[in-house]
Design a protein around this ligand. Structure first.
Ligand SMILES: NC(=O)c1ccc[n+]([C@@H]2O[C@H](COP(=O)([O-])OP(=O)(O)OC[C@H]3O[C@@H](n4cnc5c(N)ncnc54)[C@H](O)[C@@H]3O)[C@@H](O)[C@H]2O)c1
Length: 355
């Protein structure tokens, strides 16, 4: 088992049997609740059911559409009906949606009851479950309502990812890759050499990616400044993700971030000299593991419109987190919309270049 201490809690990476059992035995709780969605009830609950005997199950629908206040009301109602008090314990068993929303509900119920995160997607294991951000969507704005609150522990068992489709694994992998680019060059270079997707599920890679996020959030827990480096690839990526949301084939978060990463590293190259050979290597990696998605000409206006609403912007100027070179992030880079359009053209052109 590997343990990454973060502020007041630990991320424990290893088999769930090994991590959850001693934790539950050490904790004195009055009642136990386990939050699942229809996927994690089938794929993940069987692996912990014998460890949580007597727990009350709270079932919610899966997916981002469920991350809203109505579903929170159902969760709070079941906590109330189940006589939850401040000594109760909630286990959030699922991906980033369950973790963000279950943590939000636990963190606000009776001004906060303890919770444990058991992330079951790669994205939630290396990113969403670390850093204390909890919340829900409101009026189509992602994570609009929320709070910062730490769990008692985060238990990461890579074996949960074995029931995920490859698309979900690739989606989570981009955050590991991004963490490597930001602050762990060995991790970045290892992933460039990856032969098979499931190799990314190695405990060592997960631990290193979590460690990068740990070092950033410990320095800036409430995103006052340096934590913004984690937004690399996400400014353009979020615009692309939102644009394709209502299309016949929406992108997964990580797929949109992969596109954003190419565009933003191109901007990094043009403005701050990010090396051409590194840019080429990132493009090859992304073309190998992610679908080719052309961004049509008519999408540029809407994408820029969405980016104009980005939380990082100031005085109507687009603010980006970029890279001078691998391992040297920059924050608050003001970029003109024309250069963003050029970056989209660059990205589209790369799709026709043979790998
Ligand atoms: N709090 C943060 O810092 C942070 C950071 C990044 C992302 N997020 C949030 O995370 C969410 C995305 O998380 P996600 O990608 O995990 O999506 P998700 O939670 O929607 O899970 C994706 C799908 O996989 C299913 N699933 C989960 N575990 C499974 C398993 N082991 N086997 C089979 N299916 C399984 C889920 O039911 C769901 O249908 C977004 O809401 C995003 O805002 C939060």
């Amino acid at each position: 088992m590997q343990i990454v201490p973060i502020a007041s809690y630990t991320v424990q990476i290893g088999s769930i049997e090994e991590t959850l059992n001693p934790l539950l035995q050490a904790l004195q709780y009055s009642t136990l609740f386990v939050l699942v969605d229809e996927q994690t009830e089938i794929h993940c609950l069987p692996r912990i059911r014998h460890l949580v005997e007597g727990a009350q199950l709270i079932r919610i629908p899966s997916g981002e559409e469920a991350k809203n206040i109505q579903v929170c009301q159902q969760i709070w109602q079941q906590l109330l009906d189940g006589h939850a008090d401040r000594k109760s314990l909630v286990i959030n068993l699922g991906g980033g949606v369950i973790g963000d929303m279950g943590g939000f509900c636990a963190g606000t119920f009776k001004r906060g009851i303890p919770f444990i995160q058991i992330p079951t997607t790669l994205l939630s294991q290396v990113d969403a479950s670390v850093g204390g951000k909890l919340g829900i969507d409101f009026q189509h704005i992602k994570n609009c309502i929320g709070l910062f609150r730490d769990p008692l522990a985060v238990l990461v068992d890579p074996a949960f990812c074995l029931t995920l489709p490859d698309r979900q694994i690739a989606s989570g992998m981009i955050e590991i890759f991004k963490h490597g680019l930001l602050n762990d060059l060995e991790l970045y270079r290892d992933l460039l050499r990856l032969d098979a997707l499931d190799q990314v599920l190695q405990t060592g890679y997960l631990a290193r990616a979590i460690n990068v996020k740990r070092s950033v959030v410990e320095e800036d827990p409430y995103e006052a400044g340096w934590r913004k480096i984690l937004n690399l690839g996400h400014t353009l990526g979020h615009g692309v993700e939102s644009y394709f949301l209502d299309s016949a084939s929406p992108l997964l978060h990580g797929e949109a971030v992969a596109i954003g990463l190419i565009g933003e590293l191109y901007i990094s190259h043009r403005c701050f000299g990010f090396p051409q050979d590194e840019l080429d290597a990132v493009v090859r990696f992304i073309k190998r593991w992610y679908p080719d998605v052309i961004i049509p000409l008519e999408a540029r206006g809407p994408i820029l419109g969405i980016m104009a609403q980005d939380k990082k912007n100031e005085r109507d100027q687009l603010h980006f987190s970029l890279l001078k070179k691998p391992g040297e992030p920059l924050i608050d880079c003001i970029i003109e919309p024309e250069l963003v359009e050029e970056a989209i053209t660059y990205y589209n052109n790369q799709l026709s270049v043979p790998v």
